[in-house]
Write a protein that binds this ligand. Structure first.
Ligand code: MN
Ligand code: MN
Length: 430
């Protein structure tokens, strides 16, 4: 076990011990009535059902003496010992990019999390890609729309719009782009150290291996046809690659202005902006607990099939209990540590732990929260296959329903209901 895993394990031990500071083992042999009298067990709950003590981390009941992986267990304390409120079969909604196949090329690499990696993720797939300075993700397009956020460095993106007009722009960390289906585009790393970025596609079945690549297309078109098509000699085609390049190393491009000018030619540049400068947009909501930027087609005009929320939760904060009426949510964790419970109806709920590089997923309308369990900011993306961002919070539901009705459900008093925030806070505390 490495040091980090040990510290995770220690933190997890502490957390579990807070739940029950007394080890159950010390009470073996004592009757449940005695334990109830001692306040350790509630022998009977309000419905008259007998309650059993839930195992703590140190119980024989929760021990795992067989083979195991302490590093994985340390990163997933809520899977190793689920909270007592978890129950039933909820489809796995976590997949780390760290165990995806990495396609290595000269000039960079790519890896993907699709419905093939995580069965529940039917509406959105993601690709994590690295390009060196000069490294090119070759000219291509695909049937899905592509939304992207720059995770590191600098890149130049190019596209041609439906009028055949050119778009060339440079993007840096935190900035976005969006290319509709069938719009040809490319990405190239810039100085000093290229780029890494996350691509989000509005189809869980998408694959980076199944895009229309310029070199692949040319390699599968007879040269006499290319000769006739371009009105040039077949000889001029001799050095064309015989197979796809996908990612390859090239020279770092020159000035942006020059590239824009020569690509535009006599037609002028595209009137569409396929890039979005996130930093120039004000924070949508800021609280003591954190902040959120909501970027959908109302802000980022071309992004008509993908909406995003970029969320930061400070230590001790929680992305409040909520749900999304209009779409599944695909998540990417950028920094920090957190946990999420998805309540999946019919008494089923599951809690999983997340950290940088993990993908999460919640099906449309299912309730969830995301709690910061670390000591640094938790930053993650909420992505939706939709033109607009929509959510409803538990707090706003309860505070905009006749109070007597709510009280009759929950067994709480008026003062408690009054204290619940009436506006959607998004990240608590407000
Ligand atoms: Mn693409
Ligand atoms: Mn959500």
């Amino acid at each position: 076990m490495n040091t980090e895993a040990q510290s995770n394990q220690a933190q997890s031990n502490e957390a579990k011990q807070e739940v029950s500071t007394v080890s159950r083992r010390g009470f073996l042999g004592m009757g449940s009535a005695v334990l109830a009298a001692a306040g350790v067990l509630s022998a009977v709950d309000a419905a008259g059902q007998e309650q059993k003590a839930y195992p703590t981390k140190d119980d024989r009941s929760s021990s795992a003496p067989g083979p195991g992986n302490p590093a994985i267990d340390g990163q997933n304390p809520d899977s190793f010992l689920p909270p007592q409120t978890d129950a039933g079969g909820v489809q796995t909604f976590k997949y780390p990019f760290g165990i995806s196949h990495k396609r290595m090329q000269e000039g960079g690499w790519s890896r993907e999390v699709t419905v093939r990696e995580m069965a529940v993720s039917k509406t959105i797939a993601g690709v994590d890609m690295r390009l060196t300075a000069g490294g090119v993700r070759e000219l291509h397009w695909h049937t899905a729309a592509e939304w992207s956020i720059m995770l590191y460095g600098n890149a130049r993106i190019t596209a041609v719009d439906l009028e055949g007009k050119s778009f060339v722009a440079d993007v840096t960390e935190g900035e976005l782009w969006y290319f509709p289906p069938g719009i040809p585009h490319s990405i190239q790393g810039l100085n000093p150290d290229g780029a890494e970025f996350l691509l989000v596609f509005d189809d869980g079945n998408f694959s980076e291996y199944e895009t229309v690549l310029l070199t692949d297309w040319m390699a599968h078109t007879p040269h006499d046809v290319l000769s006739a098509n371009f009105g040039v000699s077949q000889q001029a085609m001799e050095k064309m690659p015989r197979r796809e390049k996908f990612i390859f190393q090239a020279a770092v491009p020159g000035s942006l202005a020059d590239d824009q000018k020569v690509a535009a030619g006599g037609r002028g540049i595209s009137s569409q902006d396929f890039a979005f400068r996130t930093g120039q947009m004000p924070v949508t909501k800021r609280t003591k607990g954190g902040e959120v930027r909501i970027v959908d087609s109302s802000k980022f005009k071309v992004s008509t099939t993908i909406a995003a929320a970029i969320v930061t939760v400070h230590p001790g904060g929680i992305r409040e209990l909520h749900w999304h009426p209009n779409a599944d949510e695909w998540q990417y964790f950028m920094s920090g540590k957190g946990r999420m419970t998805v309540f999946a109806t019919g008494g089923r709920a599951r809690t999983m732990d997340f950290e940088a590089g993990d993908v999460g997923y919640i099906q449309k309308t299912l309730p969830h929260y995301v709690q910061n369990t670390g000591d640094t900011d938790l930053k993650f993306l909420e992505m939706f296959k939709s033109n607009v961002y929509q959510d409803l919070a538990l707090s706003e539901w309860l505070t905009h329903t006749p109070p007597e009705l709510v009280l009759a459900h929950l067994g709480i008093d008026n003062a408690t209901l009054d204290a619940i925030p009436r506006d959607e806070v998004v990240v608590m505390p407000k």
